[in-house]
Design a binder for this molecule. Structure first.
Ligand SMILES: Cc1cc2nc3c(=O)[nH]c(=O)nc-3n(C[C@H](O)[C@H](O)[C@H](O)COP(=O)(O)OP(=O)(O)OC[C@H]3O[C@@H](n4cnc5c(N)ncnc54)[C@H](O)[C@@H]3O)c2cc1C
Length: 395
């Protein structure tokens, strides 16, 4: 059994980003993963990190936060040279919407200019914004290397608190690790751990396809719209990705690969033959009811349920329920970072930065000043929703 400052369950982008962020403040961590580092969602050979697209940009009122996080990711590369294979550059996005352009501090450009930039035939005007292509598994390994975190291979099925320390247990009841603080970062599998089993998380299947370098006319810089095409360092392009909320099939389907290629052919007016497919990969994203990750301290669900049940029987149930939220109890020193959906390359780093002062505070080496994003991202927001649903169901 290993002992450390913080146990991290899950060795994907979310978990390894926490280990890296903690190490910058002198805290040690051990990552426990059932398969290995970047084995699941974070294992694609390339991913697109765009500071300004999607709801992740909305979590911080300053709006420029995504750019800062992106700079940190680039900084990690520059410090260690770990992402040697990364392709840096601008990202082209279609189509232009005034809202996006305004929010994202990006430049709108003409189709002709875009065609020159990308070396592909672009049919409509677009945006050029700051972004990079990264190998997510390289990034996870860089986090582990730079943080000096220990890695234990094992499947955590439960967590228990003994004498002020969290113990991670496997299905045989063996202790895989022990620490005063625990951070649950195992994607949708957090629902299988009793303490976080109440979180609403959905697995969304995604398939990507890699085409050979010989295909002519594909862009030299990352392009995204309805899917994306990324030049990859090993040569060739990664074309992604599809979304399937229903399927749990882990096999690569040739039919889906062909559909991804067809979409790209139509969209960029290129002609990628099906023989150009080199390989494909299937992985699962973890999505939440409002498409924002759950980041923060884990509320004590069973205490909440018992109290909400009695509040609903009170003479003034609405007031009694509302009072509950102001007085929510939390599991001691237990945190979570899951539900990063399709934007883990940036949101996992941002989540790690939000969690770090909280973890430092419980370790007695720092102060936790509340951040504006806390209330938007904490799992507590689900309690509010659950309470409303229960009240509605009982009335
Ligand atoms: C096809 C596809 C394309 C994507 N493209 C992009 C992109 O271009 N840009 C972008 O930003 N994001 C992209 N994403 C999303 C990104 O990959 C995820 O947001 C990110 O990988 C989530 O990281 P995570 O650490 O939360 O989850 P994961 O990487 O899935 O990590 C969870 C880890 O927990 C481990 N685990 C599970 N259960 C247990 C247990 N009981 N005990 C111990 N360990 C356990 C698993 O083995 C796994 O290693 C894409 C996702 C997919 C599927």
């Amino acid at each position: 059994m290993v002992s450390t400052d913080c146990l991290i369950i899950g060795g994907g982008l979310a978990g390894t980003a926490v280990s890296f962020a903690l190490s910058r403040h002198g805290l040690r961590s051990v990552i426990i993963d059932k398969i290995g580092i970047a084995a699941e969602g974070s294992g694609n050979p390339a991913g697109l990190a765009v500071a300004d697209s999607g709801r992740s940009a909305e979590v911080d009122p300053r709006d420029t936060r995504g750019f800062e996080v992106l700079s940190d990711v680039i900084g990690l590369h520059q410090r260690g040279g770990y992402l040697a294979g990364a392709v840096y550059g601008d990202v082209v996005q279609f189509p232009v919407t005034p809202r996006l352009a305004e929010r994202c501090l990006v430049g709108a450009v003409s189709a002709t200019h875009l065609s020159q930039l990308t070396a592909a035939r672009c049919l409509s005007d677009g945006l050029v914004c700051r972004g990079i292509t990264v190998d997510p598994s390289d990034l996870c390994r860089a986090h582990v290397f730079c943080s000096g975190a220990g890695v234990v291979i094992g499947e955590v099925v439960s967590l228990s608190l003994r004498n002020g320390k969290w113990r991670a247990l496997n299905r045989h009841g063996e202790i895989l690790g022990e620490a005063p603080v625990v951070c649950i970062a195992n994607g949708a599998a957090a629902m299988a751990i009793p303490l976080t089993g109440w979180l609403k998380l959905e697995r969304v299947r995604g398939q990507v396809v890699i085409v050979r370098a010989s295909v002519k006319g594909l862009p030299e810089i990352p392009v995204c719209f309805d899917g994306y095409v990324l030049p990859i360092p090993a040569g060739g392009h990664l074309i992604g990705a599809d979304y399937d909320h229903i399927s749990v099939d882990t096999r690569v389907h040739p039919g889906i690969s062909s559909a991804l290629i067809r979409r790209m052919n139509k969209w960029l007016e290129v002609s990628i033959p099906s023989e150009a497919i080199r390989s494909g990969r299937v992985a699962f994203r973890t999505s939440t009811h409002d498409r924002l990750p759950y980041v923060g301290a884990v509320p004590d669900y069973w205490d909440f349920r018992a109290r909400v049940d009695s509040a609903l029987k009170a003479r003034r149930p609405v007031a009694a329920c509302e009072a509950l939220l102001g007085d929510l109890s939390y599991l001691p020193n237990c945190f979570v970072s899951v539900g990063h959906g399709s934007r883990g390359l940036l949101s996992a780093h941002y989540a790690a930065e939000l969690l770090t002062p909280k973890i430092l505070a419980v370790c007695g080496t720092g102060r936790d000043d509340a951040q504006p994003a806390d209330t938007m991202l904490e799992p507590r927001r689900l309690m509010v929703r659950m309470m409303r649903d229960l009240r509605r169901a009982r009335s």
